[in-house]
Design a protein around this ligand. Structure first.
Ligand SMILES: Nc1ncnc2c1ncn2[C@@H]1O[C@H](COP(=O)(O)OP(=O)(O)OP(=O)(O)O)[C@@H](O)[C@H]1O
Ligand SMILES: [Mg+2]
Length: 477
């Protein structure tokens, strides 16, 4: 069922309940007012009868025969009124409604003790009665007066009919109005839905028109446009990555092809063949590394799930990474200095953390001048009020070009793209460092030393959040 129909039905139901309740309350009030008025009339008539009986007592002695007026046995007088004077024992002394007593013995008893209202039936018609004690010829009698409730019943029936006659169409009109209103209110939503359905990956620049109403629908349109902005940005980034990856793959693949073609030419010497094969192997190595980095970045985008976490003594892990880089450092006569706090422990993925340290050392060794020292620090500190483990790598090279610093951790970003490609750097090393740090709940930063040289550091939380602890504990063996 559509929202519009539901709103219309709900409103109709609400109006019906309100009109019914108002009608019932009105009828109850009407009945009560009419009954009160009738009771007042009856009381006044009873008073008049009582006064007449008392006056008759003083002016003329009453006949003992029990003057029975209005001798219409079982009939109403013209005005639908009845009057009866009875002895407390039930003998009818006067009556406009036949000889039969209109009060039972019990009612006579109660009437003689005070006064009494009751409703009885005469000739199948409801009659409201009032009885009270009076005096007639020195004797105690009961004066009873009554009046048909026909007028009240008629008034209530007419009121009920009027309420139905006005209420039912009012409910129908209100429901229809609500349906129309809901349709008008939901029209912009329908327009937005249609427009959204037409937005695909080929027209990512399309946006929803934000109504000038400043209401919830306008807020929804703005939120949707925000989402479309983010999706467009993500898609552009993704497309850029694919283009960059293709570009990066093309260089070693072209070189590989050239080397293989060269080797395949007839009359190649053994030495030329060896050189071609080792160059092809180096290019293949580069391709494998690039593919692995891309794969890892794609998995890192999925969050912490790709990590296999365990408790780690960070100084041991960094020392092992430094040992692996010693050969590369030696070839450039660069020395490495480690200053590590042996108590720094974290929960993390050792393979990925080794990759972080390896990438940072690789960059530092590539940029540090010959004979200089690359310094590595491992310590526990606080960042934004939370305890973190920090791995810092500093070199004495040229540092990052200042305009490049904000982009250093972006994928396929290199300060000197041409030169880096010649040396085999794809520009994924720092992007991986940032992604792995982020997956651990940490972050990576870079700056230049005031005295020159790059300073890159990674912060990893000592106490990963509950969610991260869960992956740490649930991690498969
Ligand atoms: N220690 C450093 N000193 C100066 N510049 C650096 C340093 N480390 C990185 N850079 C600059 O940042 C760029 C990006 O570094 P990143 O590690 O992401 O890529 P790469 O080293 O070029 O390639 P890859 O790491 O994928 O082999 C580098 O190309 C280089 O220009
Ligand atoms: Mg690198």
């Amino acid at each position: 069922m559509s929202l519009r129909l539901r709103l219309g039905l709900l409103f109709t139901l609400g109006i019906a309940v309100v009109i019914t309740m108002a009608g019932v309350a009105f009828l109850a009030q009407l009945g009560s007012s009419l009954n009160t008025a009738l009771d007042e009339t009856l009381r006044a008539r009873a008073d008049a009868v009582t006064t007449r009986l008392a006056a008759a007592e003083t002016s003329a002695p009453p006949s003992s025969s029990g003057d029975q007026r209005g001798d219409h046995q079982g009939e109403f007088s013209e005005s639908d009124q009845v009057t009866q004077v009875l002895t407390p024992g039930g003998t009818v002394l006067e009556s406009t409604a036949g000889r039969a007593a209109l009060l039972t013995t019990a009612r006579l008893q109660r009437a003689s003790e005070g006064s009494l209202f009751f409703t009885t039936s005469i000739q199948g018609e409801h009659v409201r009665m009032f009885a009270r004690p009076a005096r007639r010829a020195g004797r105690e009698v009961i004066a009873a007066v009554g009046e048909s409730t026909g007028v009240i019943d008629d008034a209530q029936t007419r009121a009920r009919t009027s309420i139905w006659a006005v209420g039912a169409p009012a409910i129908a009109v209100a429901g229809f109005g609500a349906w129309l209103l809901a349709g008008a209110a939901l029209r912009p939503v329908t327009r937005m839905r249609r427009r959204l359905a037409n937005i695909t990956e080929y027209n990512t620049g399309a946006r929803l028109r934000v109504p000038r109403t400043r209401d919830e629908v306008a807020a929804l349109a703005e939120a949707m446009n925000g989402l479309l902005d983010r999706l467009q940005h993500a898609l552009a980034r993704q497309r850029g990555l694919v283009a960059d990856a293709g570009h990066e793959l093309r260089t070693p693949l072209t070189a590989l092809k050239a080397e293989l073609e060269l080797a395949a030419r007839p009359g190649r010497s053994r030495e030329t063949l060896d050189n071609a094969i080792s160059a092809a192997a180096a290019d293949t190595e580069r391709l494998i590394r690039l593919a692995e980095d891309l794969l890892l970045l794609a998995r890192a985008d999925e969050g912490a799930d790709f990590l296999r976490a365990e408790p780690i003594i960070l100084s041991d892990l960094v020392a092992a990474s430094i040992r692996s880089s010693l050969a590369a450092a030696d070839t450039r006569t660069i020395s490495m200095k480690l200053d590590a706090d042996p108590t720094t422990r974290i929960v993390g993925d050792p393979d990925r953390l080794r990759q972080i340290v390896g990438n940072l050392l690789d960059n530092a060794l590539r940029h540090a001048p010959q004979g200089s020292t690359v310094e590595v620090n491992v310590r526990t500190t606080t960042s934004e009020g939370a305890p973190v483990a920090m791995i810092e790598v500093s070199d004495r090279g040229p540092g990052f070009p200042p305009e490049f610093l904000p982009h250093a951790f972006e994928r396929f970003r290199r300060a000197d793209a041409g030169r880096a490609r010649m040396h085999g750097g794809a520009g994924l090393g720092l992007a991986l460092v940032a992604s792995i740090a982020h997956a651990h709940g940490g972050r990576a930063r870079a700056e230049n030393h005031p005295g020159g040289g790059a300073h890159v550091w990674v912060e990893l939380p000592l106490h990963p959040s509950r969610a991260r602890l869960r992956w740490a504990l649930d991690a498969p063996e």
